[in-house]
Design a protein around this ligand. Structure first.
Ligand code: FAD
Ligand code: EPU
Length: 354
């Protein structure tokens, strides 16, 4: 009797949670890698998420929180539960004289959030237009583009602890943001589900056109007076011309970070390679363009089976069709070896390996 009741309970919760066994993840990662999850569940609410985390059958198996799958490389099947975050909603929490505070469900597609903010004249997100993925993953690696990082517009976020289901808020300081870094990518990796993020956006825009390509594109567009709409459009135009569309060719954006080095190392490299491409980094460091170094090593446009280096952007590794994750990872290691040999610099991966 007890067992029957348990079975009934499980059947009920399985339907309510809509758990799929042996689910293909191919359509859930922008690299388009074929890999299976032992269990897969999409959750739209905190209560469903909590039910899954509490469920005895799943409590002790590995969990992977999935957003848009645009910064992941699957190198094999995932022998655990993949939890796809679909928590939605964009709400104006409050405003003061200078700012809007906007709370966003973690499953909202990031670019939809950007478009929503621009339509409502909430300024600050415009340079981050067209970055794939979900709002909940944005803090994980402190997404950045065209002179702006997520931390610049961040107020706080809400999480659930995967192990004890406790709900905890994180402030900007708590998140320990850095260049493509946060506490959730390091010390607290895999420990928390981010359920919502709150942005602090400007009422009066502070236009950021420090990234040279933006001014050039605004000129081409014939823009005379800056607006958040025109900056967003310029950023979208540049991105469409530079980065491969994952709908057409599998990729996860930049595979590596741009290395940050101190002045002494930079000066030595500059004397050996006068054309080396660099940008001012944080704390008087220099950021090197990894794409340039990879290109100098002869990798740009190279293809090994179905794994390759994009023909126009050497920092982006691509799947031409049926590459396995391991093949892309092997290619990335070869690239790293040759950059290390030529420049003495170790590249760090940006993409999360699963
Ligand atoms: P996923 O790939 O699903 O997950 C990434 C990591 O976050 C995983 O470890 C996952 O477990 C974890 N995670 C996801 N959601 C949650 C959550 N709710 N709670 C806890 N953990 C979670 N990035 C930039 O910074 N700048 C760019 O300009 C940029 N351009 C890109 C261009 C292209 C064409 C592509 C394909 C990618 C680009 N990226 C860029 C990388 C990517 O878009 C970002 O890293 C994005 O934030 C990933 O979001 P996602 O929802 O797809 O995350
Ligand atoms: N370059 C080359 N060859 C290449 C690629 C780049 O020589 O094949 C040199 C060029 O001189 C170019 C410079 O590198 O001017 C910088 O290239 P780009 O403007 O394309 O930017 P990136 O450094 O390659 C970074 C981010 C991108 C972000 C753009 C714009 C990292 C790891 N990548 O790329 O973010 O969109 O700047 O801000 O910081 C991502 O994180 O996935 C991502 C796409």
């Amino acid at each position: 009797m007890r067992e029957d009741m348990d079975n009934q309970y499980y059947c009920f919760t399985f339907i309510a949670m809509n758990i799929i066994e042996n689910c293909s993840l191919k359509q859930f990662n922008t690299f388009g890698i074929e890999a299976n999850a032992r269990y897969f569940c999409e959750f739209f609410s905190f209560s469903v998420l909590r039910s899954i985390l509490c469920e005895p059958k799943f409590r002790n198996i590995p969990k992977l929180i999935l957003g848009g799958g645009s910064n992941l490389l699957f190198t094999g099947n995932f022998n655990g539960m993949v939890l796809k975050n679909n928590m939605s909603g964009i709400t104006l929490l409050k405003e003061d004289d200078t700012h809007y505070f906007v709370k966003i469900g973690a499953g909202e597609p990031w670019h939809r959030v950007v478009m929503y903010c621009i339509a409502h004249n909430y300024a600050g997100v415009e340079n981050l237009s067209l970055i794939p993925g979900s709002a909940g993953a944005a803090p994980l690696q402190n997404i950045g583009a065209y002179g702006v990082e997520f931390k610049d517009i961040f107020e706080e976020l809400d999480t659930v602890n995967i192990h004890n289901y406790e709900m905890i808020k994180f402030s900007k300081t708590d998140c320990q943001f850095g260049y493509r870094e946060s506490i959730f990518k390091n010390k607290l990796k895999g420990q928390f589900v981010i359920t919502s993020v709150t942005l602090k956006l400007d009422k009066v825009p502070k236009f950021n056109t420090t990234y040279g390509a933006i001014d050039k594109e605004l000129d081409t567009m014939g823009v005379k007076e800056l607006s958040i709409q025109s900056i967003a459009q310029a950023v979208m135009n540049i991105r469409r011309s530079k980065l491969p569309d994952p709908e057409k060719i599998g990729n996860a954006g930049s595979f590596f970070k741009n290395p940050e080095i101190d002045k002494a190392v930079f000066e030595k490299l500059k004397s050996q390679f006068p054309d080396i491409v660099s940008f001012p980094g944080q704390n008087s460091h220099y950021k090197l363009a990894a794409g340039w170094m990879i290109e100098q090593c002869g990798w740009k446009g190279k293809r090994v089976g179905d794994a390759g280096v994009h023909k126009d952007q050497a920092l982006v590794l691509v799947n031409y069709g049926n590459a396995r994750g391991q093949e892309i990872l092997d290619l990335s290691r070869k690239i790293n070896d040759s950059v290390k040999k030529k420049f003495g610099i170790e590249l760090e991966r940006e993409v999360n390996i699963v």
